[in-house]
Design a protein around this ligand. Sequence first.
Ligand SMILES: *Cc1c(COP(=O)(O)O)cnc(C)c1O
Length: 399
Amino acid sequence: MKPGLKDREHRFIMQTYRRAEVEFVRGDGALLFDEDGREYVDLLSGISVTSIGHCSPGVVEAVSSQSQDLLHVSNLFYTEPMVDLAERLSLRSIGGPVFFCNSGAEANECAIKIARKHAHGRGIENPQIIVFEGDFHGRTYGALSATPGLAADKALGPMMPGFTAVPFDDAEALKTAFSTETAAILLEPVQGEAGVFPVSEETLSTARRLCDESGALLIFDEVQTGVGRTGSLWAYEQTAVRPDVLTTAKALGGGVAIGACVNSEELGQVLEPGDHGSTFAGGPVAASAALAVLDTVDEPDMLRRIRELGGFLATALGQISGVAEVRGRGLMIGLGLDAGLDARQLNAELLNRGFLANAPRPDTLRLLPPFVLSDRQAAAAVEAIGSALSDLRGKAGSQ
Ligand SMILES: *Cc1c(COP(=O)(O)O)cnc(C)c1O
């Protein structure tokens, strides 16, 4: 690291993150390079953001050429990239209109607004949104209040009312909590921050049926699962259900900040002028970057590659001793470790070996590798995880 960088970070940045002791200066595909010129294989993709690799040529080209022409004009006027992007997102998902924003939390804020407004339209005075324990929906107050694990933090209270949490993937609890005041069920089809836990088909179809019977909305937060991560453009495509509202962000801009909320064609235009807005949203640079991302990801060969590489990694990692289970879909992978093994230590060992991952919980290592990871890099990652785990097991055994 550059001398003094850590001290200045501590002095001048609000300390909301614990950073690893490495300073990155360059990225190329699945690789990152630190200040000392050391190479790392990125198995995290900036938490499912740089999914098509660092500085993906299409994204770099789109950003540089658009930024020569126009950076920003505001949403008071028309620009073409955002309309192109909205059309593409809509037609490749649930067919209705899109609201653009700049992050995942904001995409969920829009979904919450749609759910509440739609519920008021159905005569519900006090709309409630049901969420799962362990779900993560973001850090703004609406999204935070929808995130049971964080909403419990009294120091940040009071939270926004109107959310009911039920145990994860519990169809019976969902039925019990569901009432005439339920405006929506909001869920991650595969929980990400909780440690990679897919929701069962049974629970998804129960959620769908409850919403169909009552007129409530089923909202999928695909901020982490979307844009190819699970091996289809959206995770819902691999299930029997279709949400009424879908949110996306993270990988959508390939590293440029952008989020979007889309609702179904059947719902149509729920929000009207004055209901919502965002100054930077849908700006031409971010929209052009996202169009370049979709050009790359939304291709049968690419989606097949994600599923194949995901299958290879799941099988190979499942054979390593110390790995109790492999969870996930496509290239969204959670490695559940044997009791006594600490995923945070494993993650630190991997960083020493030149591989980036993360440990969302003490017993789980999470991998969100870029789709451009080569066979050789994938094999090296498996090897590194095996040797790091074997070192850890040696240490755990000698204690
Ligand atoms: C990361 C994430 C968010 C929040 O996205 P931000 O861009 O950090 O606001 C919301 N939902 C899910 C499922 C996420 O993984």
